[in-house]
Design a protein around this ligand. Structure first.
Ligand code: NAD
Ligand code: NA
Length: 397
């Protein structure tokens, strides 16, 4: 089968198995090139198939030789349809891990559910005994609550009196326009916190601990974002920001519960990157295309794998201890938030138009990263060649 990108709105309906595999191999090679990390040996990654979660799994396995259990929600291939990219990523990861003699098993299903949590607990009990690190990296637009059965949908809206109005770009066409988003009501705020806040992270840790599956000194990390002044009203001070506040507060609550095993929970604030989740957010793609341009010029640009390798090597498993900000958060968004970078982005933001953006911003880099998420436009792949479907994920339980 010859697979091409098929776009609908902000999403791509197809994914390329060979391109996804190459992305995974490139990430593995990057981690290996940076040398060994004296890190965790048994790792659970919740949200392990794409973005920061996949990069965390690769860093654990190929940086520290860890056995990994991955949880994700991905579509297998079906007649006439490719699998979702995370399916192919996981097939490739597990294939590479097994070839390297590393334990890698996965559970595909709804991580918010009691059933999937139980399945993971049974797997860890049977195969690994205990876990040294739990990475929580879910990004989802909705959550069915495991106790009430209610479906919560998250929204991206400002909070308060004012409608948010600012520039945005359609990165497919390059058209810069103005977008207005009316403020959320109380129910929308609560729903967003229910999906992207820390409740589910807390539930995972409670259940793992109750089953005695957390090793002495186990740590857990979840990912957050802060970002620039231009997106503050709609992001960090909006509904998603409220959920991130809740996630960050949950780290302290979890740390309290882990005191008896000397365990600890952290939130790591990561850099803005092109992922399926961030591409759907208005304003962010314009910011990212300006940010990429400046960070690439300065030589400080990173992708998910560079971020996660640095998180493990220089923060979580650093010989010098785990550095945090005054609110207890790990910061690997430090290079993004550098004041010179932010001043330059703010100046370019003011002058960004459809005409200027291709030169003052890295719109081409944005588009390429977006296609890469689906395994397209990856160096070294011949897209005119017939592709064998990767149907099986070797470690799928
Ligand atoms: P992503 O979309 O690439 O990854 C999401 C993962 O969650 C995938 O593995 C997916 O399969 C899994 N998932 C989604 N719903 C699930 C469900 N119900 N059950 C099981 N698995 C499910 O997202 P990402 O950008 O890597 O985001 C991960 C975290 O990092 C999020 O908390 C996000 O807010 C945060 N973050 C993202 C950025 C960014 O710019 N992308 C920056 C900082 C922090
Ligand atoms: Na992820």
């Amino acid at each position: 089968m010859i697979i091409e990108p098929r776009m609908r709105g902000f999403i791509c309906l197809t994914a390329h198995p060979k391109g996804c595999e190459q992305n995974v191999i490139n990430q593995i090679n990057y981690v290996k090139s940076k040398g060994e990390i004296d890190g965790p040996k048994r790792v659970l990654v919740i949200g392990a198939s794409t973005g920061f979660g996949l990069a965390s799994r690769i860093t654990s396995a190929f940086g520290s030789g860890a056995a990994t259990v991955g949880v994700y929600f991905e579509k297998p291939p079906a007649p006439g349809k490719t699998a979702s990219p995370g399916w192919y990523n996981s097939a490739a990861f597990e294939d590479q891990a097994q070839k390297a003699g590393l334990y890698a098993k996965s559970v595909n299903g709804d991580a918010f559910s009691t059933e999937i949590k139980q399945k993971v607990i049974d797997l860890i009990k049977a195969d690994l005994g205990q876990i040294d690190l739990v990475v929580y990296s879910l990004a989802s637009p909705k959550r069915v609550h495991p106790i009430t059965g209610v479906t919560h949908n998250s929204v991206l809206k400002p909070i308060g009196e004012n409608t948010f109005t600012n520039k945005t770009v359609d990165f497919h066409t390059g058209v810069v326009s103005e977008v207005s988003i009316a403020p959320a009501n109380e129910e929308e705020i609560e729903n967003t916190v229910a999906v992207m806040g820390g409740e589910d992270w807390g539930m995972w840790i409670d259940e793992l601990k109750a089953a005695n599956l957390l090793a002495p000194e186990a740590i857990t990390v979840a990912y957050s974002y802060i970002g620039p002044a231009v997106t503050e009203a709609v992001y960090r001070k909006g509904t998603i920001g409220r959920a991130k506040d809740h996630l960050e507060a949950t780290a302290f609550a979890i740390s309290d519960k882990l005191k008896d095993i000397n365990g600890k929970a952290f939130v790591s604030v990561n850099k803005a990157l092109v992922t399926q989740a961030s591409s759907a957010i208005p304003v962010i793609p314009l910011y990212i295309s300006l940010l990429y341009k400046i960070m690439k010029e300065k030589g400080t640009h990173e992708g998910c794998i560079e971020q996660m390798q640095r998180l493990f090597a220089d923060r979580l498993y650093s010989k010098d201890g785990i550095a945090t900000d005054e609110q207890g958060r790990i910061r690997v968004d430090d290079w993004e938030m550098d004041s010179d970078v932010q001043d330059k982005v703010a100046a370019l933001w003011a002058e960004a138009t459809e005409e200027s953006l291709p030169t003052i911003g890295d719109l081409a880099g944005y588009k390429r990263d977006f296609l890469n998420l689906f395994g397209f436009d990856v160096d070294g792949i011949d897209y005119t060649k017939d592709t064998d479907e990767m149907v099986a994920v070797p470690g799928l339980v």
